[in-house]
Design a protein around this ligand. Structure first.
Ligand code: ADP
Length: 502
């Protein structure tokens, strides 16, 4: 076996906040190979790519190129060593032509090689890419904009090409085209690494794989020597939680909100939504499972009324259906960190004019009401007057949730409600959600944690590539049934179910 072009040698990465994102990970990329990097959200894939690209330095271990240690302190160092990266979010100058975008990133003498459209065309032909060099990038469809990003990453004598989730925004036919291009790039003497969540895509198009799970390698090898079931198992893990269900068995009540054939157009970094049908009823917990970036934020925005469908309809069953939200980013969207716990808890009601006495805010009344909520939601704080900033993440999350539940909304939509929380805080948050449903609220939990969804939901919908790829209910809910629906290709749902039953 020849020396790998680039290697991670026993790399660990601890972030400044103390979080260990990679632990003793080794990885070798070979010229001429397409290497798939798989793993659930949070597994450490971006961290690994960012170390290869010089965005982060390893805390322990090293990076070797052709067997020799290199230090990439910044992306410019990695680029100088022949590493190119295609990010999920494009960094293109939209009003410029394809040629101009390529010339912009060319270093030194290379710059003169992209003066004319004919130069750019000759460069593209090496990789079998047929694009009009004079086209204005902003007017190209997404799949072709991505091709320009790939070309940009190749401009400076690239020997290693890294791609972060390139297929998320593509249709199945476009994915085939992408790998046709990547294969040509490999054949020109490059090593390619691709982050993706789609197991079918990996099996059909790549040569080697590495699975990351919670920052560690959970399997690596040749694609020819693995199969779909094995990869899925390595990605989502065996561990079906034995932990008990949270909340009572429920019988859903009347319909409160319905999506009919709803679609949102894809855009850069978003797969959009495609023909979503969904009926939400009072007194149920509906889980939405999926690997991050497969339409969950779009669904959240729609249910929140922050976006309108491009086609299809969203209907509230009556006029007084209201929706309360627990957003993903509790620091920016959820809390005012400098305000007190009490003001944060009661913000919507204060804004609506409650707690006034003689035209002024009655701080005493706010404090009394806040104390009740602090007690019910088990918020650990010195006092209701403490600034929200000084609470732990788990307790901040409990504030956001308590406030959403206090609005007596018909529907509460929560996004990754337990992310970053310790076990006890997570348990408290899930219990509050279950209680709300027991009391008649419709609770929608969007999460990439399958185990917690199984414990708290009455039914789970799975999204993949902006489509609903399945629904499992009650006793059918298991990691084995849901995992494949999250990770398999969009055209193989029936085979996914067969695998799950096997
Ligand atoms: P993936 O790409 O597989 O989704 P990431 O590499 O983005 O995973 O993240 C791995 C873990 O490291 C996650 O738990 C994430 O929250 C954490 N993480 C990522 N970046 C930072 C950072 N700058 N500081 C602290 N933790 C981080």
């Amino acid at each position: 076996m020849p020396v790998p072009i680039i290697q991670l040698d026993h790399v660990s990465k601890r972030y400044p906040n103390g979080f260990l994102a990679l632990e003793n990970v080794s990885l070798a990329l070979h010229t001429g190979d397409i290497h798939a990097l798989l793993g659930e959200n949070g597994a450490g894939k971006s961290t690994l790519m960012n170390i290869l690209y010089g965005v982060h330095e390893p805390t322990e271990g090293g990076v070797l190129m052709e067997g020799r240690e290199v230090v990439h302190r910044r992306p410019a160092d990695a680029i100088a060593n022949g590493i190119g990266m295609v990010h999920q979010h494009f960094k293109l100058v939209m009003p410029f032509t394809v040629t101009e975008n390529l010339a912009l990133v060319a270093k030194g003498a290379k710059r003169s090689a992209f003066r004319r459209h004919t130069d750019a065309r000759a460069f593209m032909e090496r990789f079998g890419i047929d694009l009009d060099p004079a086209a204005v990038v902003g007017q190209l469809p997404l799949a072709l904009q991505q091709r320009v990003e790939i070309l940009k990453a190749l401009v400076n004598e690239t020997r290693v090409l890294l791609l972060d989730e390139p297929s998320t925004i593509l249709t199945p036919a476009e994915i085939d085209n992408l790998y046709f291009t990547l294969r040509r790039i490999c054949d020109q003497g490059t090593a390619v690494a691709v982050v993706t969540h789609n197991v079918d895509e990996v099996l059909a198009n790549t040569d080697r794989y590495t699975v990351l799970k919670r920052g560690r390698t959970n399997g690596t090898g040749l694609i020819a020597e693995t199969n779909s079931a094995q990869l899925v198992e390595r990605i989502v893990g065996h561990a079906v939680s034995n932990a008990a269900r949270i909340g009572a068995e429920r019988t859903p009540g009347t319909e409160c909100l319905a999506l009919r054939d709803v679609s949102l157009r894809p855009s850069s970094g978003s797969p959009g939504l495609h023909q979503i049908d969904l009926t939400l009823r009072a007194g149920e917990v509906v889980g939405v499972a999926g690997v991050e970036g497969n339409g969950q934020t779009e669904l959240f925005d729609l249910l929140a009324g922050q976006r309108q469908p491009d086609s299809g309809s969203l209907k509230h069953s009556t006029q007084d259906i209201s929706v309360a939200l627990v957003p993903q980013d509790r620091h920016h969207e959820g809390l005012s960190l400098d305000l007190s716990v009490a003001q944060n808890l009661l913000y919507p009601r204060i804004m609506a004019g409650e707690f006034r006495r003689g035209g002024l805010l009655d701080h005493g009344a706010v404090g009394e009401q806040a104390k009740v909520m602090i007690d019910v939601s088990d918020i650990r704080t010195h006092s209701h007057a403490t600034p929200a900033r000084s609470l732990s993440g788990g307790n901040q999350q409990k504030i956001v949730l308590a406030r959403a539940l206090d609005q007596a909304a018909s529907v509460v939509v929560v996004y990754q409600p337990t992310r970053g929380l310790d076990v006890a805080a997570a348990e408290a948050v899930l219990t509050r959600l279950a209680q709300a449903a027991d009391n008649g609220t419709c609770v929608v939990v969007i999460s990439s944690n399958i185990e917690e969804l199984i414990r708290v939901s009455d039914r789970i919908l799975v999204v993949n590539g902006g489509r609903m790829t399945g629904e499992v209910k009650g006793a059918e809910m298991s990691v084995k049934a849901i995992g494949p629906l999250m990770t398999l290709g969009r055209q193989s749902h029936s085979s996914a179910l067969e695998t799950a039953d096997a």
